[in-house]
Design a protein around this ligand. Structure first.
Ligand SMILES: Cc1cc2nc3c(=O)[nH]c(=O)nc-3n(C[C@H](O)[C@H](O)[C@H](O)COP(=O)(O)O)c2cc1C
Length: 395
């Protein structure tokens, strides 16, 4: 009896199986953030492929939180018509959808924003864009919290089954959670309690907007892998205690920031990644990327050690494990051992949207994805999301 293909419950939300499409940025929305026909096609296909829950790519809640061109937005009411179509498309194929609500923080480049990026603290430059951020004022923080609340209300109105707060990967909420990024000494930094405050307040605004029934999930780093300690598994465990107290419905455990590739362990496509940068930066960037190749080597289920640290704090709250799940047997084993309640997949579903069906029908026992990360390099180069395993086209 397959556990992976047995139903799961995230509070009131019933899923037909335990496979989750982890949020995957598509570079497919209209320039102004509206859902495009290409996005609808992508998610229709994915829903037909049988995955239990679909979390589309991160969706910005505020114009100052837009991290990429052609990123989907939920920052104003004009976005809701397309988002409702997206929900209908997924539901028509028997799928369920959770919107990942996001603010890019200091990782949202000035070029995209047209203004200086927002961060907990104004030190240093982003390792990818080299932009220097500015420290958020209390008024900025209040605006961010309100934007998450308004976005959650829109998500509910569009018919989404759940929302996920993006608290991972070095974006704004993750930055506040991290002692590396967050060097404030006011109410929003200086201690773990204070660094958690933004997520606490965002959760409060989101919960108020969606009511008690609609599941609210969070994606959290189990480890930041920043040059100096940021979120570690021990700190993530403390955050998990507080998330459980707040009433979170599920936690997806991930890792990494723009300082490393731990979010997507596997290949480091040096040329593909460097091409996204201005010509003068490429040689030095290539050297930097090269230095990360070894540390970034693919390992199956690479966030499992951090998840194991966090899970006891969550008790009955479902844990979604993301990162390096590739074979049916390892996924089943994790579920059987109770190490996670759902398995999230990103890159394997880019290559094979029908993988869940094929696994369920015994037509495949593992993903064909080779974790080369050319898909990742592609969206950074402003190319639409797809599997580029046969090579990235020349720019
Ligand atoms: C092209 C690409 C886009 C991604 N976009 C997002 C995103 O929008 N939000 C997010 O939380 N994670 C994003 N991720 C990370 C994935 O959700 C996932 O955590 C990571 O790829 C590890 O899972 P995997 O080994 O199954 O690919 C992205 C990854 C890739 C490769």
């Amino acid at each position: 009896m397959s556990l992976l293909f047995s139903p799961a419950a995230i509070s009131a939300l019933e899923l037909k199986n335990r496979l989750v499409h982890s949020a995957t940025f598509e570079y497919l929305a209209h320039d102004d953030g509206r859902v495009s026909p290409e996005l609808l096609t992508r998610y229709k296909n994915l829903a037909r492929g049988g995955v239990g829950l679909i979390i589309p790519g991160h969706i910005y809640v505020h114009p100052r939180g837009k991290a990429f061109y052609k990123q989907t937005g939920i920052h104003e009411d004009a976005m809701t018509e397309g988002l409702a179509q997206l929900c209908d498309t997924i539901h028509a194929q028997g799928g369920k959808v959770a919107f990942q609500l996001a603010h890019g923080g200091r990782q949202a480049p000035k070029e995209v924003l047209g203004q200086v990026p927002l961060a907990p603290s104004g030190w240093g430059r982003d390792p990818a864009s080299l932009d220097k951020p500015r420290a958020a004022s209390p008024a900025d923080i209040a605006e961010v919290i309100a934007a998450f609340g308004a976005a959650a209300a829109r998500a509910k109105a569009t018919g989404a089954d759940a929302v996920q707060i993006h608290g991972a990967h070095g974006y704004l909420i993750a930055e506040f959670l991290s002692p590396f990024f967050n060097r404030r000494q006011d109410d929003w930094g200086g201690s773990a309690v204070n660094r958690f405050r933004l997520l606490r307040e965002v959760y409060g605004a989101v919960r108020e907007a969606v009511g008690p029934e609609m599941p609210v999930l969070v994606k959290l780093n189990g480890a930041d892998y920043t040059p100096k300690p940021g979120v570690t598994p021990e700190l993530a465990r403390q955050y998990a205690v507080w998330l459980k107290e707040l009433g979170i419905d599920a936690v997806e455990v991930s890792a990494g920031t723009y300082y490393s590739f731990h979010m997507v362990r596997g290949g480091v496509p040096l040329n593909g990644l460097a091409r996204a940068l201005p010509a003068w930066m490429r040689p030095i960037a290539k050297l930097k990327f090269k230095s990360q190749v070894k540390a970034n080597a693919f390992e199956p289920l690479y966030n499992l050690p951090a998840a194991a640290e966090i899970q006891p704090a969550l008790g009955q709250v479902p844990l979604m494990l993301v990162g390096g799940a590739r074979t049916l047997s390892e996924m089943e084993r994790v579920l059987e051992r109770g190490q996670a309640q759902c398995i999230s997949l990103c890159r394997p579903l880019i290559r094979e949207p029908f993988l869940p069906k094929r696994l369920a029908e015994g037509k495949a026992s593992e993903a064909a994805c080779i974790s080369c990360n050319k898909c990742f390099a592609a969206v950074y180069n402003q190319m639409p999301l797809r599997c580029y395993v046969d090579g990235l086209p020349e720019a």
